[in-house]
Design a protein. Structure first.
Length: 96
């Protein structure tokens, strides 16, 4: 029985993906990291968990200081658009 408990405990630690924030020696997230879906993440910069586990940044957005930001692009119709390559927003929002 003790062997089964050890295997189960080891398996639960192995299931955790260290992620960018990493695990400490006890299998917990390192200081400043948050466990989201079995991964340790830095919610100040992780696009899949920006500001919290339930907030993913959309296409073209980057997580900066816990907020999804449209960097080096323009927000057009609520989406982050590249004005140099977008056929719907060529040079300016709404210019097709």
């Amino acid at each position: 029985m003790a062997g089964l408990l050890v295997v189960a405990c080891n398996a639960s630690h192995e299931d955790l993906d260290a992620g960018a924030a990493g695990l400490d020696g006890a299998g917990e997230c390192a200081a400043g990291a948050t466990r989201c879906d079995g991964r340790c993440v830095d919610t100040t910069s992780d696009e899949a968990a920006c500001g919290g586990c339930a907030t993913a940044c959309g296409d073209g957005y980057r997580c900066v200081d816990s907020v999804c930001a449209c960097l080096e692009r323009e927000v057009c119709d609520g989406a982050c658009a590249d004005l140099e390559t977008s056929s719907a927003h060529c040079g300016a929002c709404g210019n097709a």
